[in-house]
Write a protein that binds this ligand. Sequence first.
Ligand code: HXC
Ligand code: NAP
Length: 269
Amino acid sequence: MKNCFGDRILADKVAFIAGGSSGINLGIAERLAEQGALVALLSRKPEKVQAAADDLIAKGYRAMAIAADVRDYAAIEAAFVQVKNAHGPIDIVVSGAAGNFLAPTVALSANAFKTVVDIDLLGTFNVFRASFDHLRKPGASHIAITAPQAVNPMAFQIHACAAKAGVNMVTRCLALEWGPAGIRVNGISPGPIAETEGMARLSPTPEAEAAFKQSIPLRAYGTKADIAEMALYLACDASRYVTGAILDCDGGWSLGDASADALTVPTRG
Ligand code: HXC
Ligand code: NAP
């Protein structure tokens, strides 16, 4: 992708990326690393997160892997200590660990609802809260990965909708509270992004994918690079006066149904 920002604008920066071992978050990690940041990837599965870090290192970037669960506050705090001891204060924190699946509410157990809320919402609180003592202040930038579901109710995703709504409010509360310390806190709300686990779960057949695309104003899924570019903007000084913002990168999906039927003026019988 054409570089809108310059070269190595994050040299000497340290980025902590929760949920950074695959998908959208790994795309963000690679973009930040390409701009010179040391990226610390964190996720649950040790082999998966180590392989992701090894792949970045093989490309010539600076990366490290940490296996931990965002639901475990002590483990997240220990991860920040590990990164700071190895590389110094943290400049950029991305909270993107999440879980989702389609389930009618009547088929959703209380534990299933709690599981997604714990990963997405409690996890984001844990990552941001645990970061505080280990940040470069002033100057640190936090980025929560949320979703249109935070604002737009969707059937069969009550767990993810409720969790991401909470993520938006955690983002805005911390922007208010931590602004005076020189810490920015923003969110990115991706729409449907191609070649991700999220879309494999939400739109699992070619027919469902084709119908989905026809409802999006820009008539296409986004790419991991689209989200990575927005994350780079929020991570760097170009956004130095932006805090508490939830930026949509969704082809207009959150605006509403843009299918041909929905955009046809009804005529009298
Ligand atoms: C109904 C389900 C279920 C399903 C799990 N459960 N899958 N219920 N339908 N498909 C229930 C289980 O029965 C259990 O409840 C409870 O959820 C916890 O399940 P575990 O398997 O023990 O949980 P865990 O091992 O912690 O795994 C979490 C997970 C899993 C969310 C269930 O799918 C996961 O690890 N996901 C991470 C990857 C992922 O989802 N990526 C996509 C993110 S995309 P009981 O009652 O039986 O104990 C995304 C997309 C778009 O977020 C944004 C929308 C907001
Ligand atoms: P993904 O590849 O499944 O990414 C999820 C990441 O979180 C993985 O690295 C996973 O690794 C990690 N993770 C999951 N549970 C964790 C836990 N408890 N503790 C620590 N790490 C955990 O999914 P994706 O589709 O790219 O989604 C990434 C983010 O974008 C999510 O926040 C999602 O809600 C958001 N989003 C996605 C879309 C989309 O179109 N895909 C749309 C809107 C929003 P481990 O399995 O190793 O833990």
